[in-house]
Design a protein around this ligand. Structure first.
Ligand SMILES: *[C@@H]1O[C@H](CO)[C@@H](O)[C@H](O)[C@H]1NC(C)=O
Ligand SMILES: *[C@@H]1O[C@H](CO)[C@@H](O)[C@H](O)[C@H]1NC(C)=O
Ligand SMILES: *[C@@H]1O[C@H](CO)[C@@H](O)[C@H](O)[C@H]1NC(C)=O
Ligand SMILES: *[C@@H]1O[C@H](CO)[C@@H](O)[C@H](O)[C@H]1NC(C)=O
Length: 499
């Protein structure tokens, strides 16, 4: 490269500095950036395996022999929540949501130096999925047994109970968990496409095989493996098949995956009916993800099937806008979307994340208005809704507290989390650890960044260790929070990564 193109000259740098300063001053919201930094840190708290560059003082290596009974190294991956099970179905959803967040908001994350930690946490789970899928029609979907784990209260570093593994295969299929894992690996293949092409190709190969397995060997894992029913029972696999095919289409641009969502839309997509996006139900996410094709790919604009997906995504959005004629009634007096007494914030955060995405799709493609039964709303009102949910979660609520541990002046101090509640130097067995569960003192270790289950519809919250509905954090809640906060970190609505 010649000297001329290398040097901008003083004047050029000066302009660049002014522009850079203006961008940083004008657009970064420190409130959301601080919260995002914490939210990402929770994944470090949940890591199993031999830790690398660990920054959590009370965490160490654990689960090092996970998978050994199958001669596989399943030591990596994430503990699901306040326990030490690696549940494949929600872990895959966590990875897919993390990928989606990175793909859409890499620039925003990068602006606050959080892109690398996000990719690192994603890779910790996709590394696990690579080893959990040793041949085409075999996928290990769980490590650890809740019947052994849950009766104990101990740190992951000192757990002694058996760590059995569960797999699906051609005789015992599990379409939803295979398809969700395919979605995770397909979306992550896009995340690593530039930075690590070889890894990206590996992920994509697994994703294709897993989708084929999921689709050709149909069966519900929650029927075929009854043990999972008590924890992550799935209510159907149609949503995961569409979700996985949608991600595979984004990752490959191969027409067969687009044809798949076109062909199976009427069968699985529940067109016209808004649904809540969660670890169990991916329809709303699929509808928003497929909408982006109509927003950004001119050559697909004639697709009737895609129009049905986008129409349903619009119905989801119209349900969220508080002043819409079709606004959902599942909302607290001060405006938090709430649909369940179990892990209540899951749908608040997932709805807000989708609203942010949809408004950014609209703004990026210069569509500024959305009509809900004839009433017109601005795209920015969707973003305002998303912000209102984030602000509520971070402390603007009648309880005057944040639901993200370590954020703000008041936050949950007794979260249901084994590692956080037991001093790092304590030696406990399975049962005597319950003395820490029973303790009236706050957790000795602060699980910075953990998003807890959250308030009930009547806007009450009880900060106690027994309260698993309200006070247990989960990795998938945090993944959704990462997506939401990344969208709000800067004023920019420009989506760059996945066009
Ligand atoms: C750990 O830290 C070292 C030194 O900063 C760095 O080179 C390496 O990439 C890090 N590894 C991971 C997995 O983050
Ligand atoms: C789990 O899901 C399956 C399939 O949808 C259903 O048949 C079963 O009743 C559910 N079990 C529980 C405990 O909810
Ligand atoms: C903790 O409390 C439970 C219920 O009150 C009790 O059964 C148990 O013995 C206590 N465990 C310890 C180790 O203090
Ligand atoms: C609030 O709702 C919860 C869960 O539905 C219920 O258990 C609790 O009693 C209610 N509290 C008040 C003060 O109404």
């Amino acid at each position: 490269m010649g000297e001329k193109s290398k040097s901008r000259g003083c004047f050029g740098w000066f302009i660049a500095l002014i522009v850079l300063a203006a961008v940083i001053l004008a657009v970064v919201y420190m409130k959301y950036a601080d919260a995002l930094k914490l939210a990402l840190q929770f994944f470090d708290i949940q890591k199993s395996g031999k830790l690398v560059n660990n920054t959590i003082p009370w965490r160490g290596d654990s689960g090092l022999k996970d998978g050994s009974e199958a001669n596989l190294d399943l030591s990596k991956g994430l503990y699901d929540a306040g326990d030490h099970i690696k549940f494949g179905f929600p872990m895959a959803f966590t990875a897919t949501v993390l990928s989606w967040s990175i793909l859409e908001y890499a620039d925003q994350m990068d602006a606050v130096n959080l892109l690398d930690p996000a990719k690192d946490s994603l890779k910790w789970t996709t590394d696990y999925f690579v080893t959990a899928h040793p041949s085409d029609n075999v996928l290990y979907i769980q490590v650890g047994d809740p019947e052994v784990d849950h009766p104990c209260w101990e740190r992951p570093e000192t757990m002694k109970g058996k760590r059995p593994v569960i797999k699906i295969d051609a005789d015992t299929p599990g379409t939803e968990v295979a398809a969700e894992t395919a979605a995770a690996m397909a979306s992550a293949s896009l995340v690593f496409k530039d930075s690590d092409p070889q890894y990206s190709a590996t992920l994509l190969k697994h994703a294709k095989q897993l989708f084929e397995f999921a689709d050709s060997k149909r069966g519900l894992y929650s029927v075929n493996i009854p043990e999972v029913q008590k924890f992550y029972n799935s209510t159907g696999y149609g949503d995961e098949l569409l979700w996985a095919a949608s991600w595979l289409y984004h990752a490959t641009e191969e027409k067969t995956y687009l044809d798949y969502v076109t062909k199976h839309g009427n069968e699985f997509a529940r067109f016209g009916n808004p649904t809540w996006f969660s670890w169990d139900d991916k329809l709303a996410g699929t509808q928003v993800l497929l909408s982006r094709l109509l927003f950004f790919k001119k050559d697909l604009s004639g697709s009737k099937a895609l129009a049905s997906y986008r129409g349903t995504a619009k119905a989801v959005m119209c349900g969220l806008l508080p002043k819409s004629p079709t606004a959902t009634g599942s909302r607290s007096n001060s405006g938090l979307v709430l649909v369940s007494d179990w892990n209540p914030l899951q749908q608040s955060v997932s709805a807000a994340f989708l609203a942010s995405l949809f408004s950014d799709y609209m703004l990026t493609s210069r569509i500024h208005k959305i009509s809900c039964n004839g009433k017109i709303f601005k795209a920015t009102e969707l973003r305002d809704f998303a912000k209102s949910q984030a602000d509520y979660i971070l402390g603007k609520n009648p309880m005057g507290m944040s639901f993200v541990v370590g954020y703000g002046d008041k936050y949950p101090e007794y979260i249901h989390h084994r590692g956080a509640s037991i001093p790092a130097d304590a030696t406990t067995g399975c049962l005597d650890g319950f003395k820490y569960f029973n303790s009236t003192k706050p957790n000795p270790n602060i699980a910075y960044g953990a998003l807890v289950g959250g308030p009930y519809l009547n806007e009450t919250f009880s900060d106690s260790r027994e309260n698993v509905r309200q006070n247990e954090p989960t990795t998938y809640n945090n993944a959704l929070l990462v997506g939401l906060l990344s969208s709000l970190v800067t004023t920019s609505s420009a989506l760059q990564s996945l066009k």
